[in-house]
Design a protein around this ligand. Structure first.
Ligand code: PEP
Ligand code: MG
Length: 921
């Protein structure tokens, strides 16, 4: 007879399993997470109740044939004999019974999705024996009724109701409310009726043969792998159906054998704060599920030290060893049976963001893990969560139930905001500043002249627009929680109300906006807010992240030269944003959108006068008025970024954005005409005509960016003069300036050929006038596919490229960045036509390929071409990884996302350490 395959591994046989499976990962696949954990603990000398594991391979054979594979059952019985020897007890022997549990356990944890049966080995005879042996008949009969019940519900799939009903009736008959009121006699009586129920529904008696019990239980665990719950869970979590589950047969230990017994759960460090202190609970004379179910108030674990010092000291010793062994915080379950400690489970504990960061940093300081490991353990979501005020988890759950949940939109800028709603920027600002209220600005969408209202508000909600809409971009830049495109919210600006279904919320009422999830709630939800300066562990971790990304050999250029990883710069328009960017660790400004400076209340009229000027001279007069304030802006930026590069983008948006709203003005003119108000009417009509003349059907593809600079060069000439005068003044004050002038929306090199020399001439003139020199660059944004395709030519002029991936995505897909999300994009993602929203996560195959091509072609012309990204993708971890792979020098994002980007840059550096920059295919 050929020897059959090995289907069973005793917990002691972990080395044999390792040899067979080839790796620890393989052992986890073969024995499952729980089985491999129990075996590994056994090897480490931790007291684990004796037992063995039936492999996932046996499960997979069973699934094919519906039968145990050849040899499995014999091996299972033989393994049971070994357990009998190890425990000195006998399976089915009334005098000294061995009871076992039969527990599922797949490679990846699938909590509660598969079957587990406890107390196997009890029958009519054994229960009497157990009762005598323990002197605790109540415990023995309760255990037996649990077995009959579990057999019915898990092995034979009867409804829980089948047993709950007779039990409720029994308790009612006795006038009991709680299970704890049941006596031994009561449980014994219930066993009789449970067995009757079992027979009635299953068709035969509850099996008295303990081997039969074990056989049926093993089969039931195998079958539960293909149960609906398990299949659904695997689908949702991407676990393969082919893995199968292992079955762990473990000696039962009881924490309910009297006051020298107990059971508990604990974390080796605080899972919510990360504090290095055991946190856990235990109950004396109880079973595991009693602690979890909270039937009785559990005691803090420290108290065990006085109640059972020996077991407690052993427990502390073992858990410290487990933590060292797994090099991570452990979540353990234990039982003390008559003074003897047993460990039933250990696994890496789930934790909050705060705790994840503290534990990672502490473990490096304790010499347990490396800095690289610490960086890999913390996710960018952890950092994101930590830095934004969050709503209380419980309150969120409650809100879903109590009807305060209103609507869901695009989660445009994370964080929690609570405030009173106002439907226009002026009112939101007024109520915030003068009324000292927490406000939320609610608009269908926002425009540049709404920015003051947004900045003054705690949060922003729009019913239209997507992840790169104006509201989203500005909110992220300023770290304001924001939800956009919440289409279920109907805003009535006339009546000053917003409606969601039949719920009506008036101006001035409270709402809560969760920018992290995109959800909106009525009323005030409780929040908590952190600040980066207080996050000492996070600051330490990010310093390590910077060190990793700065390793000089982390990337290999196509030429074979070694290079560092990504730097993180920030998008900042004002000195105070730049200072914040520095505090968050940015080492450059990658985008200063100069037009935002034009929107300031006192400047806007001058800007409008400049736009409406009928002669160049008139325009120059207005621009001369603007120059000092622009110079002051830049001066502040350079000062805040002393020693670091500052990229200033010349004016980009179409001019109509600086003008009053055409529709509103039209209404005013009509009203004046009807009311025959002639004073000022002529001027208004003239203004209206000018605005009409500026109208474009497709303004995003119209007169903007470099086209506007060529059409009306005086504006950018003023801007360049202001930049260089400010840079010169700063230099004279001892500040190190590194200005980089960025020309937006280039589509052909001829545009640069036309405009750049004029601007360079101004730069030279100013530096000569001021008799000063400093280094500067002229470069361009790559936002148009044609620019990407002709990058080799563009790099003849541009000294740097910065990918404006908001526009580049818009132009490559041909999707409007302002409308797509509210129309078809959400459906595209839901239907799988697009894997993700390309305005949030860079489309590597299309937009990403264009970027890659630009870098390679551009650097062929200009090997030291500096390359960055300043679109919204610069703060998105997946997009940052792509930027690392294709050879960007830096990514630039909102100051609030800088910490996330620093961590993402380090993650990419570690993941692709030493790899060649992906060359164009
Ligand atoms: C871009 O297009 O990606 C960009 C940064 O410019 P803006 O968002 O200002 O158009
Ligand atoms: Mg752009």
């Amino acid at each position: 007879m050929t020897e059959s395959k090995k289907w069973i591994y005793m917990f002691e046989e972990v080395s044999a399993a390792e040899e067979y499976a080839g790796s620890w990962e393989g052992v986890r696949g073969l024995l499952g997470g729980k089985g491999s954990g129990l075996a590994d603990m056994t090897r480490a000398g931790v007291p684990v109740p004796p037992g063995f594991t039936v492999t996932t391979e046996a499960c997979n054979e069973f699934r094919k044939t519906g039968k145990f594979p050849e040899g499995q059952w014999d091996q299972e019985l033989a393994a049971l004999k070994v357990v009998e020897e190890q425990t000195g007890k006998e399976f089915g022997d009334a005098k000294n019974p061995l009871l076992v549990s039969c527990r599922s356990g797949a490679k990846f944890s699938m909590p509660g999705m598969m079957n587990t049966i406890l107390n196997i080995g009890l029958n009519d005879e054994v229960v009497e024996g157990l009762s005598k042996l323990t002197g605790n008949p109540r415990f023995a009969w309760d255990s037996y009724r649990r077995l009959v019940e579990m057999f019915g519900t898990t092995v034979f799939n009867l409804d829980d109701e089948t047993f709950e009903h007779p039990m409720a009736e029994y308790k009612a008959g006795k006038g009991y409310k709680l299970d704890t009121e049941m006596t031994a006699e009561d449980w014994k009586a219930l066993v009789v009726s449970f067995k009757e129920v079992f027979k009635k529904h299953v068709g035969f008696d509850f099996p008295q043969d303990v081997n039969k019990q074990l056989e049926l239980a093993t089969k039931a665990v195998f079958e539960s792998w293909m149960g609906k719950k398990a299949i659904d869970y695997r689908k949702a979590t991407n676990i393969s159906d082919d893995l199968g589950t292992a079955v762990n047969i473990v000696t039962m230990v009881f924490g309910n054998m009297g006051d020298d017994s107990g059971t508990g759960v604990a974390f080796t460090r605080n899972p919510s704060t990360g504090e290095k202190k055991m946190m856990g609970e235990y109950l004396l004379n109880a079973q595991g599920e009693d602690v979890v179910a909270g039937i009785r108030n559990a005691d803090p674990i420290e108290h065990l030290g006085t109640r059972m010092p020996e077991a407690y000291n052993q427990f502390m010793d073992i858990t410290a060893k487990l933590e060292k062994h797994y090099k991570d915080m452990q979540d353990v379950e234990f039982t003390i049976e008559r003074g003897k400690l047993w460990m039933l489970q250990t696994r890496n504990g789930k934790r909050t963001a705060k705790s994840a960061i503290k534990i990672a940093v502490d473990m490096v300081n304790e010499g347990m893990i490396s800095k690289d490991e610490a960086i890999l353990r913390v996710t960018t979501d952890n950092v994101d969560t930590l830095l934004h005020p969050q709503f209380d988890e419980k309150a969120l759950k409650e809100a879903e139930k109590n009807g305060t949940y209103l609507a869901k939109g695009v989660n445009a800028s994370p964080g929690a905001a609570v405030g009173q709603i106002y439907f226009d920027a002026d009112k939101a600002e007024k109520m915030a500043k003068e009324g000292k209220q927490d406000t939320i600005m609610v608009r269908p969408f926002t425009k540049p002249d709404d920015v003051h209202g947004m900045i003054a508000s705690r949060g922003v909600l729009t019913s239209e627009g997507g992840a790169t809409s104006h509201a989203a971009v500005v909110a992220r830049q300023f770290g304001i929680p924001c939800v956009v495109g919440a289409t279920a919210v109907k805003i009535d600006l006339e009546k000053r109300v917003m409606k969601v279904g039949d719920k009506v919320i008036q101006e001035g009422e409270w709402i809560s906006v969760d920018g992290t999830t995109g959800r909106v709630y009525a009323g005030k939800m409780p929040t908590s807010a952190p600040s980066i300066e207080e996050q000492t562990e996070l600051l330490t971790l990010l310093t390590w992240a910077d060190e990793i990304a700065a390793r000089p050999d982390i990337r290999v250029l196509p030429t074979g030269e070694k290079s560092r990883g990504l730097m993180v710069w920030a998008n900042a328009d004002y000195p105070k944003d730049a200072r914040r960017a520095r505090a968050y660790g940015a080492v450059g400004i990658g985008l200063c959108r100069t037009e935002h400076m034009f929107f300031e209340t006192e400047r806007l009229p001058i800007v409008q006068r400049m736009i409406l000027a009928e002669t160049v001279e008139e325009r120059k007069i207005a621009l001369d008025e603007l120059l000092p304030s622009q110079r002051k802006d830049f001066d502040g930026l350079f000062e805040a970024m002393n020693g670091y590069p500052v990229i200033i983008r010349l004016i980009d948006p179409p001019l109509h954005e600086f003008m009053p709203d055409e529709e509103k003005l039209f209404e005013e003119v009509v009203t004046m005409r009807v009311l025959k108000q002639t004073e000022g009417l002529g001027a208004k009509e003239k203004l209206l005509n000018s605005i009409k003349a500026m109208h474009e059907s497709n303004p995003m593809m119209g007169l903007r960016g470099v086209r506007l600079s060529i059409y009306m060069p005086q504006i950018v000439e003023m801007q360049v003069r202001a930049i260089f005068e400010a840079a010169a003044d700063c230099t004279l004050r001892g500040i190190v300036v590194k200005p980089e002038i960025m020309i937006p929306l280039t589509g052909t090199v001829n545009e640069l050929k036309w405009i750049q020399p004029r601007l360079v001439r101004i730069a030279k003139t100013v530096t000569e006038e001021k008799k000063i020199s400093f280094s500067y660059k002229f470069g361009t944004m790559i936002e148009i596919p044609r620019a990407a395709v002709t990058a080799a030519e563009i790099a003849e002029y541009a000294e740097f490229f910065s990918f404006g991936t908001n526009d580049l995505t818009q132009m490559t897909f041909g999707y409007s960045r302002d409308d797509a999300e509210r129309n078809f994009l959400v459906q595209y993602v839901a239907e799988g036509i697009l894997p993700k929203n390309p305005f949030q996560t860079l489309d590597r195959e299309g937009v990403g390929r264009l970027m890659q091509m630009s870098i390679n072609d551009g650097r062929k012309t200009r090997p030291d071409l500096e390359v960055g990204i300043c679109g919204e993708h610069g703060g998105d971890p997946d997009s940052i990884e792509w930027c690392h792979m294709i050879g960007n020098n830096y990514v630039s994002c909102s100051p609030f996302r800088v910490p996330i980007a620093r961590l993402a840059a380090a993650h990419s550096a570690l993941k692709y350490s030493g790899r060649k920059i992906a060359e164009d295919k």
